[in-house]
Design a protein around this ligand. Structure first.
Ligand SMILES: [Zn+2]
Length: 280
């Protein structure tokens, strides 16, 4: 599933190709923009210029003229391809650009979404209830992470996956960041010490930046707009490496369920929390 590094890779590749161009949408799958009707979304977007292609968390943000924003989320299997060859399957939406090129949103499982934010401040309001701190922004400090984690009893893995706390981290980058910070995924977020949360903040940033540097991770359907796959899956330290030796200590990487997701860790480098003593 595309996470922040995958969406940022797409944004960086597409921005110079779409900024300054006007858009026209052809929505072939109404589920993409439900509950809005395809005609309603197309009417808001068609003929407007892309002022900027931005990103917030895992959302790709087409900032259009007249304070209209089109917000795309790739969810499980979405990819946004630039001038793909004929015969691309699972196309749901086509974005025609005024220079004759086009984007095709392909999405086998059809969970990807398109939403609108119209008017000044609409974008801020859209994200206010959905997304927490942007991990590659200046506001993501150790102090901020400590404030967010304070009193939270949820396992730190679940905390990291909660988009309303830290935006953009998903299953892959959570596992990799927790390994780098030497923190077991099942430790309660609020029980982590100051130094651990400072280390985790640095590990989240380092992991996301490494992911972007490798063009993201291709495990299933994710591709760059030019069809090329990411390569960060070749650099995973623990994720998907069950039974393989830990790169730091040689102990076998284990897999278990945390926050409802398949989770990977080295339980020597990341000691499992002791079961709480039974209360009398
Ligand atoms: Zn280890």
């Amino acid at each position: 599933m595309p996470e922040l590094p995958e969406v940022e890779t797409i944004r960086r590749q597409l921005a110079p190709l779409v900024e300054g161009r006007t858009l026209r949408l052809r929505i072939d799958d109404p589920r993409w923009c439900a509950p809005l009707a395809p005609a309603e979304v197309a009417a808001a977007v068609d003929g407007r210029r892309v002022e900027r292609l931005g990103r917030r968390g895992k959302y790709l943000v087409f900032e259009l003229s007249d304070d209209v924003c089109l917000l795309g989320h790739l969810r499980m299997t979405g990819t946004l391809l630039y001038d793909p060859p004929e015969g691309e399957r699972y196309a749901r939406v086509r974005f025609d650009l005024d220079d004759g090129h086009h984007l095709l949103f392909c999405d086998p499982r059809r969970f990807g979404t398109g939403e609108l934010a119209v008017g000044a401040d609409a974008l801020e309001r859209f994200f206010a209830s959905r997304l927490g701190v942007e991990p590659l922004g200046p506001e993501f400090t150790g102090e901020r992470l400590r404030a967010l984690a304070r009193g939270r009893r949820a396992p730190i893995k679940a905390f990291l996956l909660d988009q309303t706390k830290v935006a953009g981290v998903g299953n892959i980058y959570a596992d990799e960041a927790l390994f780098r910070a030497r923190i077991h995924p099942l430790r309660p977020a609020g029980a982590l010490k100051r130094a651990q949360l400072d280390a985790l903040r640095d590990a989240v940033v380092a992991t996301l930046e490494a992911g972007i540097g490798a063009g993201g991770s291709t495990i299933d359907d994710y591709r760059h707009p030019d069809g090329v796959q990411g390569s960060f899956q070749n650099e995973f330290l623990v994720h998907l490496r069950r039974g393989e030796p830990c790169t730091a200590c040689g102990t076998e990487v284990v897999k278990f369920v945390a926050a409802g997701r398949g989770t990977y860790a080295c339980e020597r480098c990341q000691p499992r929390p002791r079961p709480r003593a039974a209360r009398r």
